[in-house]
Design a binder for this molecule. Structure first.
Ligand SMILES: Nc1ncnc2c1ncn2[C@@H]1O[C@H](COP(=O)(O)OP(=O)(O)OP(=O)(O)O)[C@@H](O)[C@H]1O
Length: 369
């Protein structure tokens, strides 16, 4: 059974902050979300200075929450409420280091003002892959779809914009930090025929990012505008789950060709997916279709088929709101193992690659990718 919010807040009340009090009575907990056995929230400090002193308290909170029954993973992001540090403004010339080399490009800054929605030069289409809640397989779909499209000869980019939990470096098997020889632009990496970039490659894996909303938006702007994407038929953006700052900014500031919404068939996931769909509607981003992930499970031992999260709910929802149903993807151990090992299942020849290749074909056939 999942842990509830009250149990979480009770545990957090037991953590003493370096400047006195606890995070609950100091009203610092934001966006508390429990998805299955994963607990996430934002810890908002009154100032950037205080935020910088919070790391030991954050670790203590993580320890206390992991000790609760039903909690297996905890993600706490520290942000600051007060004025953030002055951020470097790109793209002015960077100062030279003592060796004469330009410094590596720093990700995370305030956004530069921009009028209206803009495209990215050289990129024909930008598709956002979204979900209402975490853990439904949005990143798995993004990486496999990118690889499947590349296998069809498309020039594909993959941008991991899941700033709070970037998973594409692991799923695409990339660990190298991208280079920025001129200190102003970033050279993306190549994996399985896909040009990829992730915020996770620019910051340390377990680094608590002291960024407020505007910094996140600036980082996203940098990821789109300062990465040397080259000529692409399609850029797939793996969004963070939900309908927060990053999603809103992306929809308002970037010329998106459309969004694909991933959900499991469960009612609770669908409820959240509806929120994501309504956000895209309000911001005039066409929803190109819905995908049902973890739709069916076939036991590798006996062949028995089970519908662990229900079945068919996403297709019904798509029919109800009159958007295309793009397909059902099975829950399969090998899909998870492939993602964990850095070679998406769609890169191989197994039967499990077929639904992703079919999805890619459908998008290419419909002029969407
Ligand atoms: N069809 C599938 N079969 C088996 N495992 C899957 C499938 N889809 C996703 N998973 C696994 O479920 C976990 C969550 O998937 P993933 O990271 O893609 O979800 P997400 O929606 O992007 O989550 P978050 O937004 O929290 O990062 C991963 O371990 C992934 O390997």
């Amino acid at each position: 059974m999942s842990v509830n919010h009250e149990e979480i807040l009770n545990a957090l009340r037991g953590v003493e902050l370096p400047f006195g009090g606890d995070p609950v009575t100091q009203n610092m907990i934001r966006a508390l979300d429990v998805s299955g056995n994963i607990v996430r929230f934002v810890l908002e400090a009154p100032s950037a200075d205080q935020a910088r002193k919070l790391e030991p308290a954050r670790m203590e909170m993580e320890r206390k929450l992991l000790a609760l029954t039903g909690v297996e993973k905890v993600s706490i992001v520290i942000t600051a409420h007060g004025p953030a540090q002055a951020a470097p403004t790109a793209p002015s010339a960077p100062p030279a280091t003592p060796s004469g080399q330009p410094p590596a490009l720093k990700i995370g800054r305030h956004p530069t003002p921009q009028a209206g929605k803009q495209g990215v030069p050289g990129i024909k289409r930008i598709l956002a892959v979204a979900s209402g809640k975490g853990g439904v397989g949005k990143s798995t779909v993004s990486s496999n779809l990118a690889v499947a499209l590349a296998r069809q000869g498309r020039r594909v980019g993959l941008l991991d914009a899941d700033i709070y939990g970037p998973s594409q470096p692991r799923m695409m098997g990339v660990t190298k930090k991208p280079a920025s020889p001129d200190g102003q632009t970033i050279e993306p990496l190549d994996a399985h025929g896909v040009t990829m970039m992730s915020i996770g490659l620019m910051v340390k894996e377990d680094e608590a990012i002291v960024w407020r909303g505007p910094m996140l938006m600036g980082a996203l702007q940098q990821m789109l505008g300062q990465v040397q994407w080259g000529e692409l038929d399609v850029l797939i953006i793996d969004l963070p789950p939900g309908t927060g700052d990053v999603q809103l900014t992306l929809c308002q500031k970037t010329q998106l060709s459309g969004a694909i919404v991933v959900s499991t068939p469960q009612d609770v996931a669908l409820l959240d997916a509806r929120r994501a769909i309504s956000m895209f509607d309000k911001l005039s981003v066409p929803v190109l279709g819905l995908i049902e992930n973890m739709s069916t499970y076939i036991c590798p031992q006996c062949g028995h088929e089970a519908h662990i999260f229900g079945h068919g709910g996403v297709a019904q929802e798509a029919a109800k709101i009159n958007v295309p149903f793009l397909g059902a993807l099975p829950l399969a151990l090998d899909t998870r193992l492939a993602g964990d090992s850095g070679t998406p299942i769609a890169a191989g020849e197994s039967d499990l690659a077929a639904p992703y290749l079919a999805l890619a074909e459908r998008l290419v056939g419909g002029g969407m990718a």
